[in-house]
Design a protein around this ligand. Structure first.
Ligand code: SF4
Length: 306
């Protein structure tokens, strides 16, 4: 197969847009997509300090690399925050390479851990919790968001950039839709601004228009030493089942993922309007962090693992 643009050997056939691309045109095309997402959604302002939620996996490595590339022209300061959840034989083995990746890019890496910040590793939370129906990802998502937000605030970051790709966004849309969770659905988008409160560092998602497979291919072609392993808790999550259904649909009907995302973006303003009227921001009575509930989700989960 040849590149539709230059006739060189193609490295990918994008069935969803009917063209094949060689290595150079693929890499350029992905970077153009990311720049467009940033521009169209006004994600970055000149001189900002951006903290990247970094795990050493393909998505966050690609994000860190592309933001670093953009940082000179936009006078951005880039930092990385890695959360060590305490997942044996998974996170512990990937941290040395993650450190090396940041070192090579000349980016300061801040490491925070569940053990220090929450009091227990994720492995301990899962095995010793009081509610056996809760899965690893439930604890992980809430505590990771909390620790990244706190560290970003501490280092004076203006925004947190996370490596959510197209597949992640579509899975979130479908999972929230299936759960009927309107409030949570309002946080999906290129600017995942939970609420306007100075304690929340706004979150941005520059990779949301790049399919997961293309993030992986980008890292392979760039020769990044990234961790392609799956977290041992991933397959237990509801999101995992949603992922299978969406991938199956994409296989049969190419373009389904983009179609789900674009349709959602059209109705997002209405969802956000509803969420605004229903989700008033208060202070958690336990930790004083902003929340739309009397006790925030992190404090509620902490009680279950004591
Ligand atoms: Fe955390 Fe779940 Fe992701 Fe594993 S798959 S890192 S438990 S959110």
């Amino acid at each position: 197969m040849k590149c539709t643009t230059c006739e060189k050997k193609a490295v990918i056939e994008r069935i969803y847009e009917g063209r094949a691309l060689c290595k150079d045109h693929f890499l350029k095309s992905v970077e153009k997509t990311i720049s467009k997402t940033i521009r169209d959604n006004n994600l970055l302002k000149r001189g900002e300090h951006i903290a990247v939620g970094f795990s050493g996996g393909k998505d966050s490595s690609m994000l860190l690399h592309t933001l670093k590339k953009l940082s000179k022209a936009r006078a951005l300061k880039i930092s990385a925050i890695l959360v060590d959840e305490g997942i044996k034989n998974y996170r512990d083995v990937s941290i040395p390479d993650a450190k090396k990746f940041c070192e090579n890019l000349g980016i300061k890496l801040h490491i925070v851990s569940f053990k220090k910040g929450i009091g227990k590793t994720l492995d301990d939370m899962v095995t010793k919790n009081k509610d056996k129906t809760l899965k690893g990802c439930t604890y992980c998502g809430v505590f990771r968001r909390k620790l990244i937000n706190e560290k970003a605030r501490e280092i004076g970051a203006d925004k947190v950039a996370i490596g959510h790709n197209l597949d992640d966004e579509v899975q979130s849309i479908m999972a929230n839709y299936l759960r009927g969770d309107i409030l949570r659905g309002s946080r999906i988008g290129a600017k995942a601004f939970v609420a306007e409160d100075k304690k929340f560092v706004p979150r941005i998602k520059p990779l949301r228009d790049v399919p997961e497979k293309e993030c992986a291919l980008y890292c392979i072609l760039k020769g990044f030493n990234v961790d392609f392993g799956e977290c041992p808790y991933a397959s237990e999550s509801f999101r995992w089942s949603v992922r299978d259904v969406v991938n199956d649909l994409e296989e049969k009907y190419p373009g389904t993922k983009f179609s789900i995302l674009r349709t959602f973006d059209r109705i997002l303003p209405a969802i956000q309007k509803t969420a605004k009227t229903k989700g008033k921001i208060e202070k958690c009575t336990s930790c004083n962090e902003p929340t739309s509930r009397a006790i925030c989700k992190a404090c509620e989960l902490k009680k279950l693992i004591q």
